[in-house]
Design a protein around this ligand. Structure first.
Ligand code: GLN
Length: 194
């Protein structure tokens, strides 16, 4: 599997390490030509305005949008924000997923938190996953073919999927549990685009 990790800003190295542990062939994407022959792309956590501006500067916005029409993309935290169609403020977005997302929805850096939760769509679903939130967003609305796939016990949505596009408010790349990356590799391999 050839998987790209957008390497403009944020914690792309952690994603790279997780993917390599699963045997994927990883490319750091900094220019449009780096997308060639990839089966999937991860957009890491970081700062979504900074990553968006850098995507504009390196002419990556349109090529990644086109890539997402047929191939898998997973955005974690800032990456999830960049996938959304609505963020409620002006900033460069890929606008690929039918979802509205609220930035910094849990509060400030000091309000970052972790929680153990069972995630039904992962391998070994009975084994809880350690979710890490760092100034993460909340998915406030999905429509059309996008689906909310994971919510906190209080009902707030923290993951969504639309065909081969996947968004999470939290950071599986900061844990040693590789099940989310495994899930994404399966998604990248699948034929489904609907
Ligand atoms: N707060 C950041 C943003 O709004 C996201 C934080 C993160 O990726 N950990 O872009």
């Amino acid at each position: 599997m050839k998987i790209g990790v957008l390497a403009l800003q944020g914690d792309f190295r952690e994603h790279r390490i997780s993917l390599e542990k699963l045997g994927a062939d990883v490319t750091e994407v900094r220019l449009p030509e780096h997308l060639e022959s990839l089966q999937g792309l991860i957009i890491p956590g970081g700062e979504s305005t900074a990553i968006g501006k850098l995507m504009v500067a390196y002419d990556l916005l349109e090529p990644i949008r086109a890539f997402g029409q047929t191939q898998a993309i997973w955005g974690t935290c800032a990456g999830a924000i960049l996938l959304a169609k609505e963020v409620g403020r002006e900033q460069p977005l890929l606008s690929l997923m039918n979802m509205e997302i609220k930035r910094n929805a849990f509060g400030r850096q000091i309000d970052s938190f972790e929680i153990e939760m069972a995630v039904p769509f992962l391998p070994s679903p009975e084994k809880p996953y350690h979710l890490t939130f760092i100034r993460g967003p909340i998915i406030t609305r999905v429509w059309g073919n996008a689906r909310a796939v994971l919510s906190l016990p209080d009902g707030r949505t923290i993951a969504a999927r639309q065909g081969k596009l996947f968004a999470t408010s939290f950071h599986p790349e900061l844990t040693n549990d590789l099940r989310f990356h495994q899930y994404f590799l399966e998604l990248a391999k699948s034929e489904s685009i609907g």
